[in-house]
Write a protein that binds this ligand. Structure first.
Ligand code: B12
Length: 346
């Protein structure tokens, strides 16, 4: 029985640093012990999950992005964080007293931990949660809904490239008569694209989602919007870009080798990474056209420039790549204008 206030706080920078060190060292046992001792002391489980585990996960990714940690170290640290989350959740006993909720990451969305944190917070608040995990294809999600009949679907989208798939999932859930709460950074600042894509509700954080679902659920039916999605979203330019993606990348790779001779000496791994980068350019541009928000693409290019710089790749390489893509899209004014804005900003 805890009688006094906890002596430690997850907001203490030294404690956060110590936990990051354990996670970065792959010290699963040490990290679990620290988190469980905080829980024993009376630190609320929500704080451990959101602030300590979630906050550390953000730092792990930043260390990867700035090339201070390898992908392998990031993956190992993410695995430790997932394990700690499960260990803390395993200590809690709550009986379902609200409804049933399905929680899934949209198709192609591999950032699974933020949704997992939300799942645990909802369980603690008395929901029966069906957590479907990362990258759930739309048709499988709908089959699951028909089998379980939940009161709500919570959809997580952390990268805007998945917004078209998120839109398809939201539309299908609503057609099945189940209201959708959307969240995750992919839905933009203040979850602004969630509303545009027809979600019934949205929340910026897991705590906000818990409050929203506890106080006013189900929400009043949202107006059917857009009445004819194809008229507003996913216009001709988006459709062209998605259809021509393989050809666009292939041509850009060929022309890159012609204009930057060093590319001819790339090994297989470097060629693969370059192709992947062209894929990201195409995907972020497509999402930007789909939603009609150039900012999605500008954020992506600014972030990519930072990632490349910390790996000693000159920004001129990204600029060359953007020009090679733009050259192939001259008949598409929105795509061209967005690429030009990104080039100017770089
Ligand atoms: C760790 C990480 C990764 C790991 C993921 C490991 C894993 N298994 O989860 C790896 C290295 C694999 C990765 C890969 C990529 N990543 Co990444 N990643 C991150 C990072 C650093 C942390 C993500 C995280 O877990 N945060 C911790 C959580 C707890 O934070 P949070 O967002 O506050 O979470 C809350 C809310 O989002 C909300 N929430 C989440 N889901 C839901 C759902 C509902 C319904 C509700 C209501 C609320 C809600 O509740 C959460 C808890 O409060 C972020 C940047 C960041 N600082 O967050 C980038 C980030 C998400 N990644 C990004 C990118 C670009 C990528 C890649 C494309 C990189 C690449 N070039 O390959 C790939 C794409 C992979 C894919 N297809 O999904 C970008 C997204 C771009 C953008 N928004 O414009 C980000 C934002 C980095 C950036 N630009 O600064 N990534």
């Amino acid at each position: 029985m805890i009688t006094s206030a906890p002596t430690r706080s997850v907001h203490d920078p030294d404690l956060a640093e110590h936990y990051l060190h354990l996670v970065g060292d792959g010290d699963e046992q040490g990290a679990c012990e620290l988190a469980l001792s905080l829980l024993d002391e009376g630190v609320p489980a929500q704080q451990i999950m959101v602030d300590l585990i979630g906050g550390t996960q953000g730092r792990v990714g930043e260390l990867w992005a700035t090339n201070q940690w390898s992908v392998a170290r990031e993956h190992a640290a993410t695995a430790v964080n997932e394990r700690v989350l499960a260990a803390v959740a395993g200590q809690l006993r709550t009986l379902p007293r609200r409804g049933r909720i399905t929680l899934a990451c949209v198709d192609g969305e591999w950032h699974g931990l933020p949704a997992r944190i939300l799942a645990e917070l909802l369980r603690m608040d008395g929901w029966r949660v069906d957590f479907l995990g990362a990258s759930v294809p739309g048709p499988h999600l709908i089959t699951h809904l028909h089998q379980t009949g939940p009161d709500a679907v919570a959809l997580s989208c952390m990268i805007p490239t998945r917004l078209p798939r998120a839109h398809a999932a939201i539309t299908a859930c609503r057609a099945a008569g189940i209201p959708v709460i959307a969240g995750g950074r992919g839905f933009g600042p203040g979850s602004r694209y969630a509303e545009l894509l027809g979600a019934d509700a949205w929340a910026a954080t897991a705590e906000e989602a818990v409050t929203r679902l506890a106080s006013a659920w189900p929400p009043p039916p949202a107006p059917e919007f857009p009445a004819h999605p194809a008229d507003v979203l996913g216009d001709e330019e988006y459709t062209h870009l998605v259809r021509s993606r393989p050809q666009l990348i292939e041509t850009a790779m060929r022309r890159l080798a012609e204009t930057v001779p060093a590319v001819r000496d790339y090994d297989e791994q470097q060629l693969e990474a370059t192709m992947e980068d062209f894929g990201h350019i195409a995907d972020f541009l497509a999402a930007s056209l789909y939603v009609g928000e150039p900012q999605i693409f500008l954020d992506f290019t600014a972030w990519t420039a930072g990632v490349l710089t910390s790996r000693e790749v000159p920004v001129s390489a990204l600029q060359a790549g953007l020009r090679l893509v733009r050259d192939q899209l001259i008949d598409f004014p929105n795509a061209t204008a967005t690429l030009t804005r990104a080039l100017t900003a770089l």
